[in-house]
Design a protein around this ligand. Structure first.
Ligand code: NAD
Length: 479
């Protein structure tokens, strides 16, 4: 039995409740376009209450031993696993991705909580040899303070769980502004922590007008750290506001991942791995492979095999267990993709397959392959954030690396080759936060996750992820 989709409330100071103004925002099923529920809208008094609670929550949580924090987080991970069936169902209803992907995201979320729980007691400082025999010098890692976290709709659990788990493991309290389009699944994540016994104020969950909320929270003296995942454009606005108030930041922004397929690559592996990566979550992934650069001699075969596998994907409602690709999460993406494909074709790109919306109900879009796309086309410069692959050819590796590095975004990148010399060049010379060679190996809890340039800064995975939530305090003592 699956429980029904429920309206989502705010969670402030240990209580689920509507917004003080009584306003709500409609939530829609992207597969049908019909309204499935509502989410409560926070106003200024709600935010003020969340801020006061976060300040109190921080005072108690920072004093809770890291071992206790870890134990509670592990309970939350177990709660999330136990609820995975219901969470996945609600996530698919509100976001559209196939049930199996929603379930995988939820279970991966539990693994992320467990991993950060394990890191909590390992936040080691250093002792530093001193110049005087009676002086002891050391560093301590102290939690930075209450965190404001802003997360998007493409991975309603995953984007939130990375921020919340790192903050809680470090001893910070957190106000999570989760996505209004997909509110029920992050609410279930918060519920998993609450039911594990997290004290009031340590976590709050708010929804509403994103710009009003960020404009209120970021400058507020209680908030010491901002973490945002979303578009580069919004990230830059929030980063400048945070900079104005000298607040710490982690920014996980857009990408436009290059995939360099050398002539000696195992073509079958490259195509199979990249079709799965490209069309997962209907391409709405910041690390989705986007600009395929394929060496001349195999480009024709690559395009044919890639397009044929793309055409064979089963598309439909994510609730149907046979479906491999669901709808786009919102109508804005359909319009954006139509515009990008038309623009590419008008610049002379070849539309190999797809390119159109499917039907009139819901936000379905065909898996699309564009080939030989000129660099002046918008899609070569803007993140498509949808099921569109661009395949262009290259002759020399220098040329491919130059094209990979042409954009200022640098999040994920991929390479396929059987030559260790080529693999070494890709690892050394492609300017990106992440490079995955001959397989898809990104986004595990224990490995770094983050970008450079316009893709942002800070990592949301691996042992360095906690550093974003700590200040380093130096203590020196004589005697
Ligand atoms: P958008 O730029 O309006 O919003 C992106 C996210 O930021 C949303 O979750 C939104 O609620 C939030 N947001 C927007 N304005 C904000 C503000 N002033 N303060 C705080 N939060 C704010 O775009 P969109 O139409 O939702 O998505 C389109 C683009 O966003 C995509 O093309 C993609 O590039 C990017 N995006 C990236 C990720 C990612 O994982 N990096 C996730 C979702 C969207």
């Amino acid at each position: 039995m699956t429980s029904p989709y429920l309206d989502t409330l705010l969670f402030i100071d240990g209580r689920w409740r509507p917004g003080s103004g009584g306003e709500t925002i409609a939530v829609h099923d992207p597969a049908t376009g019909s309204q499935i529920g509502t989410v409560a809208k926070a106003g200024r008094p709600d935010l003020e209450e969340a801020l006061a609670a976060a300040a109190r929550g921080f005072e108690s949580w920072r004093r809770t031993s890291p071992f206790e924090r870890a134990a509670l987080m592990r309970k939350a991970a177990d709660n999330l696993r136990a609820a995975a069936h219901d969470v996945a169902h609600r996530m698919t209803l509100e976001q559209g991705k196939p049930l199996a992907q929603s379930r995988m995201e939820t279970l991966a979320g539990a693994d992320i909580i467990d991993w950060f729980a394990g890191e909590a007691p390992r936040a080691y400082g250093q002792t530093i040899p001193s110049r005087a025999p009676d002086v002891v010098q050391m560093t301590m890692k102290v939690p930075v303070g209450p965190v404001a976290a802003f997360t998007p709709w493409n991975f309603p659990i995953n984007q939130a769980v990375r921020k919340v788990s790192a903050a809680l493991a470090a001893g910070c309290s957190v106000i999570l502004k989760a996505p209004e389009e997909t509110p029920a699944s992050p609410a279930m994540l918060v519920r998993a922590f609450v039911e594990a016994g997290l004290p009031p104020g340590v976590i709050s969950l708010v929804f509403g007008d994103p710009a009003k909320i960020s404009n209120h929270l970021i400058p507020h003296p209680v908030v010491q750290k901002i973490s945002f995942t979303g578009s580069t454009q919004v990230g830059k606005q929030l980063a400048s506001l945070a900079g104005l108030h000298m607040k710490r930041m982690t920014m996980e922004l857009g990408g436009h991942a290059p995939v360099i397929v050398a002539g000696d690559a195992d073509l079958e592996t490259a195509v199979k791995t990249m079709v799965a990566a490209k069309f997962r979550n209907a391409g709405q992934i910041c690390v989705a492979p986007t600009r395929f650069l394929v060496q001349d001699d195999i480009a024709g075969d690559f395009i044919e095999a890639f397009a044929s596998q793309a055409r064979s994907l089963r598309i439909g409602s994510g609730l149907d267990p046979d479906v491999e690709m669901g709808p786009l999460a919102n109508h804005r993406r359909v319009l954006a993709l139509e515009g990008l494909v038309q623009d590419a074709v008008s610049h002379g790109a070849k539309l190999v397959t797809g390119g159109r919306r499917i039907g009139n109900a819901g936000n379905f879009f065909e898996p699309t392959v564009l080939a030989d796309v000129p660099v002046g086309a918008r899609i070569m410069n803007e993140e498509p954030f949808g099921p569109v692959a661009i395949v262009n050819r290259f002759t020399t590796l220098d040329e491919a690396i130059r094209e990979a590095n042409r954009l200022r975004v640098g999040l994920a990148s991929f390479g396929f080759t059987q030559s260790s010399a080529v693999a070494t060049r890709l690892a050394n010379e492609v300017a990106a936060g992440m490079m995955s060679i001959n397989h898809y190996g990104l986004a595990l809890p224990e490995v770094p996750f983050g970008g450079i340039g316009d893709s942002g800064y800070g990592t949301e995975g691996g042992s360095e992820a906690l550093d974003g939530y700590f200040d380093t305090r130096f203590v020196t003592r004589r005697g």
